[in-house]
Ligand binder design. Structure first.
Ligand code: PLP
Length: 402
């Protein structure tokens, strides 16, 4: 006996990648650029603060809402980052810690998807391609995922206003990823305002995944909290997720937050008291110190930018290369993502991810899987190794069609 909804999940992309590359030897010093796991060093501040945390704090069960200090650090960071009016974000009513945004993004569907909406199966809107957790969360909570194209033709962002009226009416939530994984696109403040207005009009929850918000090229991306402040009506119908994984290069710390609608946050706290992963108090102490420091984040951005400069030098306009406005992925149009992935591993020793593994061919959509022509390349290693790998990739891909 088990939960048969699990049968609706596909293998996670990295398992599919392992199967695709099984038996193929890497043709060169192997470099894994398939997974978006930041490899830059976290700032010294992190280890120092963690070491200084009182040992006695390990002897306490961490409270579900975290510590007041952690919530205050997040509120102060967000208020400065998004220029929020004083008191707009109340650390006691609008913020909860999450053990990385992934865990919270998944649980958000447990929070927001009712058994039925308008006497029908609820829908969950998501961009296509999408972060796989959105799909798993929708399916495991009995909702129908609605894949909304986020392709070159749509500016690599989903147009939720264009969703069929019947699917919008039964929408329980919509995931938005900005900066987007894998495309690196950033939603403008106006787009965020429009999506929030749409969510309020149709009474669904906008779940804004902003975990790449601090890795950007030239302009700090707008955020849904900022859009809420610009719109009025507080944080109604909105939940924003972010974490330190990318910002501070500590994906192993599992430190993030959810901020938004006070009513939803109160219900989330109730739900999380039953099944949420809580973070140890010393972890929250170290994480708070990271949210309060911007120097290391600036340095982090500089390192990513330098690698994007190198990528631009290497690819020019080949394979549809463009500078991602945010995040650290290249989204390259190679014609056949799986074939290119195999070739890159076999001939260059570079492991990338076929774009088709991050997207889905929507039912009744003759355009097929919108990611299958692409590969996703994570620029997470040091500059030299990344630059070498990009050169090898360019060389290997250039012979793709010959
Ligand atoms: C789009 C997106 N959202 C959320 C996450 C989860 O990150 P974390 O749980 O480390 O905050 C990732 C991780 O790669 C991601 O790419």
């Amino acid at each position: 006996m088990y939960n048969t909804r699990l049968d609706g999940l596909t293998e996670y992309p990295f398992q599919r990648l392992n199967a695709l590359l099984a038996g193929i030897e890497p043709g060169g010093a192997p470099l894994v650029m398939s997974i978006g796991e930041p490899q830059h060093s976290p700032p010294d501040l992190f280890a120092k603060t963690l070491a200084q945390a009182p040992t006695a704090d390990w002897g306490k069960y961490p409270p579900t809402p975290g510590t007041p200090d952690y919530r205050a650090s997040v509120a102060a960071w967000a208020a400065t980052r998004y220029g929020l009016p004083a008191g707009f974000l109340d650390p006691e009513r609008h913020i909860l810690p999450v053990a990385g945004s992934r865990e919270g993004l998944f649980m958000a569907a447990q929070l927001c998807v009712p058994p039925q909406k308008k006497a029908r199966q609820p829908s969950v809107l998501m961009p296509n391609p999408f972060y796989q957790v959105y799909f798993g969360a929708a399916v495991m909570n009995g909702a129908e995922p609605i894949f909304v194209p986020a392709t070159k033709a749509t500016g690599f962002l989903p147009d939720y206003a264009a969703v069929a009226p019947a699917d919008l009416a039964r929408a329980a939530m919509a995931y938005l990823c900005t900066p987007a994984n894998p495309q690196g696109t950033v939603a403008s403040l106006d787009l965020l305002k429009d999506v929030i207005s749409l969510a309020r009009k149709h009474d669904f929850v906008l779940v804004s995944d902003e975990c790449y918000s601090e890795i950007y090229d030239t302009t700090a991306p707008a955020g849904a909290l900022q859009a809420c402040a610009a719109l009025g009506e507080g944080l109604k119908n909105v939940l924003v997720f972010n974490s330190l994984s990318k910002r501070s290069s500590v994906p192993g710390l599992r430190a993030g937050f959810v901020a938004g609608d006070a009513e939803l946050i109160a219900k989330f706290q109730k739900l999380r008291a039953h099944g949420g992963a809580v973070q140890p108090i010393p972890v929250l102490t170290a994480a708070a110190a990271l949210w309060r420091d911007e120097h290391h984040v600036q340095e982090n951005r500089r390192l990513y930018r330098a690698k994007i400069d190198d990528a631009e030098q290497t690819f020019g306009r080949d394979f549809g290369f463009y500078r991602p406005a945010g995040g650290f992925f290249l989204w390259l149009d190679v014609g056949d993502g799986e074939a290119a992935t195999k070739k890159l591993w076999r001939e260059a020793g570079v492991k990338v991810l076929p774009g088709g593994y991050l997207a889905r061919a929507a039912d009744n959509d003759s355009r097929g899987n919108p990611g299958s022509a692409y590969i996703r390349v994570a620029l997470v290693h040091d500059r030299q190794r990344t630059a070498d790998a990009l050169m090898r990739m360019k060389h290997t891909l250039s012979s793709l069609s010959s």
